[in-house]
Design a protein around this ligand. Structure first.
Ligand code: ZN
Length: 333
């Protein structure tokens, strides 16, 4: 959707809702709601965050308390910028979980312990602005398409490698969430139905092989069976330290990283076989390794793709917007 059409859509929504004023606003409020922190930013028409604030989520309190915290943070950002609600076109929230985007409800979030929270309605009541919500990884994917590494692309998949694997899909320039927002959980596609235990309760999900948590598990296991490995002398095995040990020539660490890249590429080849996007972006902690993971992943992914033509392969690169993607993507919802 072009920016002009997006704005027209906002106007149309405002008119159909009846009570939202039609406004010529140049700012949007983006909220990146996480299990640990709430980051709120004011985003201008050039997708630049002009003011931001981050406050603790305090996820143990009831949903009403968390939503009040989001509202307070929004007010502080507006105050910081000398603006008020009517200066903004709307509020977007990226939430960590399954979102019913049509009704603005967070259906389920494990990190917030939320079930059926009508987040959009709660914020609309306080700010009298249109509120849109979506899954946080979807928001990050949208931000990369609007202003980041995938700018100008229409069909893009973002995969974030962190504690788990997050993923967002943009098709024809808009977020694809699936029926009732329950799609795009790519981390839970199966690689091996009798495989590693996944945090979702099943066995063999991609998440259990290619998240940074999985990398650490694989490294600890390998270090235990190879007493001579440098990994055993580390105070703590982290994703970063496994890459460093491999860099220093540790044979065990090199084998772990190679295997990890194969697992990563296997999931990516599945994505390519189903969606054939123009571009696949890798984000999250492990993505700081850049070409160290991209080079083997491109090679293994192509070997596992149904269409092996070089020109049919999507561009696979690192996402560029980091922590800002959540706020900007939410703001442009
Ligand atoms: Zn799973």
């Amino acid at each position: 959707m072009t920016e002009h059409r997006a704005y027209k859509t906002i106007q149309k929504l405002e008119r159909s809702a009846g009570f939202f004023p039609v406004i010529l606003a140049m700012y949007r409020i983006g909220v990146d709601l996480g299990g640990t922190n709430i980051a709120v930013g004011l985003v201008n028409d050039d997708y630049v965050i002009t003011a931001r604030i981050s406050v603790p989520t305090n996820a143990l309190q009831a949903a009403e308390g968390v939503v009040a915290g989001i509202g307070d943070a929004i007010e502080r950002v507006l105050e910081k910028s000398g603006l008020t609600g009517p200066d903004c076109a709307g509020i977007g929230v990226g939430a960590p979980g399954t979102c019913d985007t049509e009704r603005g409800i967070v259906f389920r979030s494990y990190s917030l312990s939320w079930n059926n929270v009508p987040l959009a309605a709660m914020l609309e009541e306080r700010f009298h602005l249109p509120v849109r919500i979506n899954n946080d990884a979807n928001c990050a994917a949208l931000a990369e398409v609007k202003a980041g590494a995938a700018k100008g692309c229409k069909n893009v998949v973002l995969v974030t490698l962190g504690t788990g694997i997050g993923s967002g899909i943009v098709i024809n320039g808009t977020i694809y969430s699936g029926y009732l927002g329950s799609g795009t959980e790519m981390g839970h596609m199966l690689l091996d139905y009798n495989g590693e235990q996944c945090s979702c309760g099943r066995k063999g999900c991609w998440d259990a092989y290619a998240s940074s948590t999985a990398l650490v598990v694989q490294a600890k296991r390998a270090a235990f069976s190879r007493p001579e490995s440098r990994l055993n002398s580390l105070p703590q095995i982290t994703g970063q330290s496994v890459f460093e040990a491999a860099e220093q020539g540790d044979v065990t660490a090199i084998a772990i990283i190679n295997k990890y890249c194969e697992y990563l590429a296997l999931g990516i080849s599945n994505i390519i076989n189903v969606l054939a996007p123009e571009m696949i972006l890798i984000g999250g902690g492990v993505s700081s390794q850049g070409e160290r993971i991209l080079e083997p992943v491109r090679k293994y992914a192509r070997e596992n793709c149904f269409d092996k033509r070089e020109e049919a392969m999507p561009i696979i690169k690192i996402a560029s917007m980091g922590n800002e993607a959540g706020i900007i993507g939410a703001a442009v919802l």
